[in-house]
Design a binder for this molecule. Sequence first.
Ligand SMILES: Nc1ncnc2c1ncn2[C@@H]1O[C@H](COP(=O)(O)OP(=O)(O)OP(=O)(O)O)[C@@H](O)[C@H]1O
Ligand SMILES: [Mg+2]
Length: 322
Amino acid sequence: MEKLEIKNVKLHYYTSKGIIRALDGLSFDLRAGESLGVVGESGCGKTTLGTALLNMPTPPGRIVGGEILINGLDLLKLSENELRKQIRWEKMAMVFQGAMNCLTPVYTIQKQMMETILSHRKMSKEEAEARIRKYLNLVGLSADVLGRYPHELSGGMKQRIVIATALFLEPQVVICDEPTTALDVVVQAQIINLLKQLKQKLKLSFIFITHDLATEAEVADRIMVMYAGKAVEIGTNQQIYGPQGAAHPYTKLLMAATPRLHQKVDQLAFIPGTPPDLLTPPTGCRFHLRCPQVMPRCRQEEPSLIESEPAHTVACWRCYHE
Ligand SMILES: Nc1ncnc2c1ncn2[C@@H]1O[C@H](COP(=O)(O)OP(=O)(O)OP(=O)(O)O)[C@@H](O)[C@H]1O
Ligand SMILES: [Mg+2]
């Protein structure tokens, strides 16, 4: 893959309460070998984005607009069969949020890994076993784990199994949804280092979803900040975390609310209010109700992502004027 382009993608959930606009016109791109971090508060649409990228919305969700182009080929125009044969797990794989807790408890690791691989590829049992061993080795596990059941493994080991399984079919893009959230800090660091090594060794592109900015700063080349189903800021790691700092008021608050070492607890900032209800998103800028720098225009007109410097785009009326 040379380039993945996401253009104005909309994924809405059609619930009995109404339409939840979980992704409401999202655009960004991802180059080969690049890692893009996606951050934002709970409910802003991060997991929904992952499912949209595989054209696999969770019911009652539907993709209602946009294009997802892999080297110019629009995934949203492919049939289920074509998606399964050409795209899902072949070109793009996803490590789902909480996947390590979804390993089948009654099967050994060997059995579940074999099933996954043989359901996608015609190969002999010996070839499949060799492939499994190769990827276990890559994620730092010994073949001893193969005879064990999931409950006999630690959280970190299970997460490594899930990552190995996502890599089996040698995809070019791997989407990791909160891959370290349920793990203790030591294991978190190990998994992050593992993902960084894999990126280098396998020349993978990563989309790394997390609400944890500190993790993102470690792994991502570029960062996309999401708020209420939209991107509010996209920039390089340096542009978002560097001395000049982020531009969007939401990103600034999100950064200020991230705990740091040697910081007194009473100094920790928080973002006032709660994220908006996506059934009835606010008019204008979706962040205006919580924004400390709100202007009258922000309440009525929606800002679009505009380049503030090369590679750095921001959707904020105030930022355009500064
Ligand atoms: N299957 C579903 N049916 C209805 N609404 C859904 C469904 N999945 C997600 N949503 C809604 O879509 C919005 C975005 O959810 P999503 O799971 O993508 O958020 P997220 O950013 O991944 O949150 P978290 O950080 O908690 O994982 C939320 O308002 C959520 O309630
Ligand atoms: Mg999620």
